[in-house]
Design a protein around this ligand. Structure first.
Ligand code: CA
Length: 233
């Protein structure tokens, strides 16, 4: 059973209680719940939780500001953050991901989704910690990439990729399951063969998927937000 410590930041008492109840039932520990951003920042430093569930719509300091502060403070920047958002807050989700949030859940959500997302983020963080930083050879299911030779193959068939296509695919595949916004992708691959724009990312993805044929679905479109490489089973 999991004993990770989750901090909940949610101003609506009934939702906060529901989340807490479900986390405890799932075997997580919930050392502290916060109703506003100020106490969230304080408690994050005091309790050093393994993960923070952060509602974006908070009275006073909003969730995005909380996220920015958490990710700017060396004491808290490594704590994964999952944003709790409304469906209508797509642009906030994009900003939050760019500020360093690790994932988001749109309200209303089921207890199943909640715990599945928490486990997924914790797994990804753990996998990332185990991956050597200088890993040049990347294997994700049928996809093999070598950053030194700049070679990519799918199911044993060599892929003929442009420089930008290679970089985008490598960036996504390096962190399977992670959602990247267009602007994050631009920042990661900028200025290799030509200046990449957010719109150009969409065009590159179309080209990539075409070249990947039946495996094109490995790159998943996250509507209104960006793209991700499908998490390995
Ligand atoms: Ca709220």
């Amino acid at each position: 059973m999991s004993r990770e410590r989750i901090m909940v930041v949610e101003d609506e008492e009934s939702i906060q209680e529901l989340i807490r109840y479900n986390l405890l039932r799932e075997g997580f520990l919930v050392p502290v719940c916060c109703e506003n951003g100020e106490s969230a920042l304080e408690n994050a430093v005091t309790y050093k939780p393994d993960l923070i569930l952060l509602d974006l719509m908070l009275p006073g300091m909003d969730g995005l500001t909380v996220c920015r502060n958490l990710k700017n403070d060396p004491a808290t920047r490594r704590i994964p953050v999952i944003m709790l958002t409304a469906k209508s807050e797509e642009s906030d989700i994009v900003i939050g991901l760019e500020l360093g949030a690790d994932d988001y859940i749109t309200k209303p959500f089921s207890p199943k989704i909640l715990t599945a997302r928490i486990h997924a983020v914790l797994r990804r963080i753990a996998a990332l910690a185990e991956t050597p930083a200088d890993e040049k050879e990347l294997v994700r299911g049928p996809l093999h990439m070598n950053a030194v030779r700049r070679a990519a193959s799918l199911d044993g068939h060599e892929l003929d990729l442009t420089c930008s296509e290679f970089n985008i695919l490598y960036h996504l595949a390096k962190r399977p399951g992670w959602v990247f916004t267009r602007s994050q992708i631009v920042n990661a691959v900028r200025g290799d063969d030509y200046p990449v724009t957010e719109r150009a990312v969409d065009v590159q993805i179309v080209g990539l998927r075409r070249k990947m044929g039946g495996f094109g679905e490995l790159i998943e479109t996250v509507r209104g937000i960006g793209y991700r490489f499908t998490q390995e089973p």
